[in-house]
Design a protein around this ligand. Structure first.
Ligand code: PMP
Length: 360
């Protein structure tokens, strides 16, 4: 069977070049006579893999030296707890913007450890936009300000960072890390699960300003302290070795393509193709306010549930899979992460045109 175009929200497509390289090295990595999966994380060969992965990530994201890069486990969901446990060290207050299901989970977790101020929410409009932010509502002495930079389920994205003064911005970038250029120095912490734009599930990347690392709440379990992992170069315990190895190859793939700027151009071209079609279609409708549209997750609907189901089935028959939208939005969602080629989006749009023609 040929490979399909996989529009899954995550885990999602990986670059074919990376999969083929991993496949070649599967049983014998770099003449070590073993798979990376079989390798001690304390070996020189593995140390080189994790060091190179970090170095390449620093290079492509232009991460300042005053930030640590950590490769952790437990998914972005564990960060929902680690952030408050490690950062609620002053006023024990934090500001959050509620832009969807993942923000809500982050908020619920933070409420266990401190005072949470939800400064804005788009829940009343089913999260179809990024809410207006009013600086006056921000907590002046907040320990941090949390956003979900890209909302995987609803397909919205922050295009502008709020003006929070000296309060560190913490961003859940799970579904848009490495998709466009960001100025890391504007953030206190960036975190992301790997399984969309970085690699296989199992590793979570945390990029954290050094001064935010050292002072967790007393109740914080050892494994949930950033300091534990930072002091040991993400090797306090066995890290997710294979996921980090593949992520390292994805970072290299981005570098070879010309870096994040080049990937961003590709992503803009891909998203424009689909959005332009949605804007002109008489049958399909995008669900998100134009100015807040994501480059990565594009939800859209047909007029009836029957047509949605028919479209998803016929698309799958043509090798375009996982287009079903999240149950809270319905319809379809095309997740077009870095590894989705332009041809995949072209094929989708061509099929949408054909479907529209046949279902007038
Ligand atoms: N945040 C966002 C924006 C997500 O899209 C997801 C997963 N889809 C999560 C958090 C949860 O990530 P994980 O499954 O790695 O815990």
């Amino acid at each position: 069977m040929n490979r399909v175009y996989n529009f899954s929200a995550g885990p999602s497509m990986l670059p074919i070049e990376v999969l083929e390289k991993a496949s070649k090295e599967m049983t014998n990595y770099n003449n070590t006579g073993m798979s990376v999966m079989e390798m001690s994380h304390r070996s020189a060969a593995y140390q080189d893999i994790i060091d190179t992965a970090e170095k390449t990530l620093r290079e492509i994201m232009n991460i300042p030296d005053s930030y640590k890069v950590l490769f952790l486990q437990g998914g972005a969901s564990t960060q929902f707890a680690m952030i408050p446990l490690n950062l609620l060290t002053g006023s024990k207050k934090a500001d959050y913007v509620n832009t969807g299901a993942w923000s809500k989970k982050a908020i619920a977790e933070a409420k266990k450890y401190g005072e949470v101020n939800v400064v804005a929410s788009s829940e009343d409009k089913t999260f179809t936009h990024i809410p207006e932010l009013d600086k006056e509502t921000f907590t002046k002495d907040a320990d941090y300000f949390h956003i979900t930079s890209n909302n995987t389920i609803y397909g919205t994205k922050f295009n502008e960072l709020p003006d929070v003064g000296d309060v560190p911005i913490v961003a859940d970038m799970s579904s848009n890390i490495l998709s466009e250029e960001v100025d890391v120095s504007k953030y206190g912490v960036i975190y992301a699960g790997a399984q969309k734009n970085m690699g296989p599930a199992g590793v979570t990347v945390v990029i954290i300003r050094e001064d935010l690392i050292g002072n967790p709440l007393d109740i914080t379990p050892t494994m949930l302290k950033y300091k534990t992992h930072s002091d040991k170069g993400s090797m306090f315990n066995t890290p997710p070795t294979y996921s980090i190895y593949v992520a390292g190859m994805v970072f290299e793939w981005i570098k070879e393509l010309g870096g994040i700027g080049a990937i961003q151009k590709r992503n803009e071209e891909k998203a424009k193709l689909l959005y332009d079609y949605l804007d002109n279609s008489k049958l399909f409708k995008g669900t998100v306010v134009k100015k807040d549209r994501s480059l990565m997750n594009i939800p859209f609907v047909l007029p009836t549930d029957e047509l949605n189901a028919k479209f998803i089935k016929e698309a799958a028959d043509r090798g375009m899979v996982n287009l079903k939208g999240h149950r809270t939005v319905g319809g379809m969602r095309a997740s077009i992460y870095n590894a989705m080629p332009l041809e995949g989006v072209k094929k989708l749009v061509d099929f949408m045109k054909e479907f529209e023609e046949n279902n007038k």
